[in-house]
Ligand binder design. Sequence first.
Ligand code: SF4
Length: 346
Amino acid sequence: MALLAWFDAGHRDLPWRRSGDPYAIWVSEIMAQQTRVETVIPYYERWLARFPTVADLAAASEDDVFALWQGLGYYSRARNLLRAAQVVMAEHAGALPRTAEALVTLPGVGRYTAGAIASIAFGEAAPLVDGNVTRVFARLFAIEDDVRATPTQKRLWAIAEALVPARRPGDHNQALMELGAVVCTPTSPACDACPVGDLCQGREHADRLPYKKPKKKPRPETRFAFEARSEEGDLLVGRNPSGTLLGGMWQYPMVEAAPESDAAAAFATLSGLDPASFRIDATADAVIHVFSHIRMTVTPVRVTLRAPVTVLDGYAEATLLSDEAFRDAGRATLTRKIARALAEIG
Ligand code: SF4
């Protein structure tokens, strides 16, 4: 009760909190995964302007969706939103399922997102646990175990389930997340201003909770990325197969290679072209990009094509695009870093 009273007394004014629309809440929840709220807001507003309903989203192409998602990262979230919208149209008559149990069957909707939509949009007493709630519970209940470990996860969900009330479950869940975001923050929690401070068992050692066992370091990988142009100036791009890193996205064709290896030989293998059918023009400074599990060092190489390329080894599709069309297709952060490095060599 203290928590809800605190929430009612004033909370952050986020655009999706003003909306009772389950679709809008769903979009906001997917965007907010692994992304800061301040970053999400403009993306959310553009998305709702472009795809105001599930039906509008379901009718979109993957390229449209990636273009709007550009810069948010974790592009599989965008693809899953599109797929899930198509499932909602085909199997649920255009209306989002109303329970967490049914929502979790949609592509990209995990237990957390299902709990958020069901409780906030439909008033189901469904629990949820995200990073903020994990931190609050680990401190409130002095949980010293690794919060990423499965038994601890089970315990956190059991606590969430026991606490979620039948009345105003959505506000309760939002209040917990808000508490983690603005009071029980990762560093320097404001315990003196905490509405549940009297009940908190871990307050005295909040600085070491939640405990997370260190993750393995991302493995290093080196690649060439080719800015290969036809003699007319169009750019050769490859579409990643779905289910792979940056799946479904267009990018400069890349190939894994040791840093000291020969770029011409690597491009010949990738494109299937004879070395006489292209020319290596220049090499840019390497760029580094860290995915969750790979630390990628990429050397951009400029190439002029003297023969067409129709297939790229390891890619689902290969095509020539104008620079403008490539920009509009929705480019991952790594691709934009490569473009910047290439622009520096003129
Ligand atoms: Fe977090 Fe401090 Fe509140 Fe405990 S008292 S829940 S550590 S802000």
